[in-house]
Design a protein around this ligand. Sequence first.
Ligand SMILES: Cc1cc2nc3c(=O)[nH]c(=O)nc-3n(C[C@H](O)[C@H](O)[C@H](O)COP(=O)(O)O)c2cc1C
Length: 168
Amino acid sequence: MSTEPAYAPAANLLRRALGHFATGVTVITSVGPDGEPVGTTATAVASLSLDPALLLVCLDWRSATLGAIAGHRAFAVNVLAHGQEALSINFARRGEAAMWAEVAYDRWPSGNPRLEGALAGIDCALEDVLTGGDHEIVIGRVREVGTDPQGRPPLLHWCGRYAGLEHR
Ligand SMILES: Cc1cc2nc3c(=O)[nH]c(=O)nc-3n(C[C@H](O)[C@H](O)[C@H](O)COP(=O)(O)O)c2cc1C
């Protein structure tokens, strides 16, 4: 008898199907209860509203970063540039302080880390958190934005691998 949970095949198929939806890659940053920076790699990020200025991020309910956001009541979205795969891999590790040792960043006035070399930084106050199955839909009210003046290309994620723009 298979020991696979009944939902496993559907989850794998859903992940494979949605993997075809190419996305940018972000690192969501916030501040832990001890004042230390926290961050997680996330592709489930979307704009939500222009007036008021809202965006959303979907985070696994087990995410250490989600817990920090709930406490700090703020977070920042860092949109990664082509060539920043190492940052994406680094922040896909779970809640280890060591992941910040080699990372260059400064801070928004909110305290949220702003990663050096990111294409865009969007600093948000926590507006709301809604439950969506095994994830939480984290809604941010945009406080400050910064964008790359050089128009460098983005890091993309597609079918489980990193990619870049082929046609520009
Ligand atoms: C390319 C990529 C995209 C990811 N997107 C998300 C996402 O949108 N939401 C999420 O909860 N986890 C996502 N993850 C997984 C988290 O980065 C990973 O579980 C991380 O260890 C969570 O760290 P934390 O517990 O310290 O917050 C993604 C990972 C990768 C590599």
